[in-house]
Design a protein around this ligand. Sequence first.
Ligand SMILES: C[S@@+](CC[C@H](N)C(=O)[O-])C[C@H]1O[C@@H](n2cnc3c(N)ncnc32)[C@H](O)[C@@H]1O
Length: 408
Amino acid sequence: KVQSAPTLPRSSRGQCPNKPAGRLEDGQKTNPLPGLLGIIPDIESDSVLPWTFPPKCPGLQTDNSTGSKLHCIFTSAEFRNGHGLSLITSTTTASNLVGLDAFDDRPTPQAAERRAAWGPAYEVVEIGGKGKGLVASRTIRRGEIILVDFPAILIATSFLADTKPHHRRRLIKQAISQLPEETRRRFYALSRGPEKYEVDAIVGVNSNSVMLGDNDLHVGVFTEAARINHGCQPNAAYRFSQRRLTMEIVAYHTIEAGEEITMSYVPITTPASERRKHLQENWGFACQCSLCHADELALGESENNRRRMTELRDSILDARKNGYFQDAINIAGDWLQFSEWERVPPLLPEYHETLAELYFLNGDLVNATRYGRMSLDGWVKFGSVDDDSLERARGFLRFLTSRTEKAT
Ligand SMILES: C[S@@+](CC[C@H](N)C(=O)[O-])C[C@H]1O[C@@H](n2cnc3c(N)ncnc32)[C@H](O)[C@@H]1O
């Protein structure tokens, strides 16, 4: 499931322009020798590793390997208060995650605590023709985090591509068997695709794509979020935090009690015919969402909006790349209009952050600060499990303030 929110292009993933993004900055550990990952017992190291079992690396050559290309099973049964997580990934990616302290439990951000006071946002119920799904049990506000979920398993797509099917299934089964009982039970209770073998059938239709390490694509099964059905005109999108190994589902706009919560399993701008084909071929279902049942006029309008969104997004990228920042800002306004018409508007803190950057690049500190502040307000209001976003917005504003002071 490669779901993608209709985000605008962003420079350096939303970091302050004076502090380029870097996943592994601040002296975090990268590429440790296998011993430091517990693959080869490391007598001298007293570092505390999150793994509950010694990592299993089928085919590991222990003599001179640095282990960087190996796929191993890493399980932390303690992860998030005993939810547990198994990874099938390279030793490099596993070590990056350890270096990012991704397994450490951190205090819940304040905004998330406030959200908890609003009460549960949804129920999991049977939905005609789609199996189970999520339905809002109260009004959900635009930008609100509807649910927060942790992965039961994360699997490198390179492992899926390079491994013989029977070997792949054996490792996935082993990785699942190392999880705590409740998480294991939730995994095996998920819906199944048409594949012959159980783990293929479950992973096949219940995975989300996430990026770990250095652009290393993985699929993850998040057992609660996996109940969310596809909608061609979705009302929610997901954000994944690699530092917290957590996914949050965010509302695109107000969702009323009784409405189904949906996400798009395909990039939002995919044309309708391709969308249906992809869902049928890759997911094995004939889409039953409201847009698929809409009349020709409504569908034609939607197709036009999406085509324009794609064109405008390309124009923004192009203008930005060539230094025409004012043009990029203007086109972003048009893009916003079409995305609002299509009812798949951008997630606001990210959108405001993008505009703040564009204004900054255009030398307009006043508007950069205005949008930077709106982005910060957005993060404060609804928060995120990844409070780095909030810190980043604060840092950017501090940076803009110092620039403004220097300029005056
Ligand atoms: C990730 S699961 C979603 C939850 C699932 N309905 C369940 O009962 O657990 C994906 C599966 O749900 C069903 N599904 C999701 N979206 C659908 C849609 N728009 N129309 C029909 N079936 C859908 C398909 O069977 C698909 O393979």
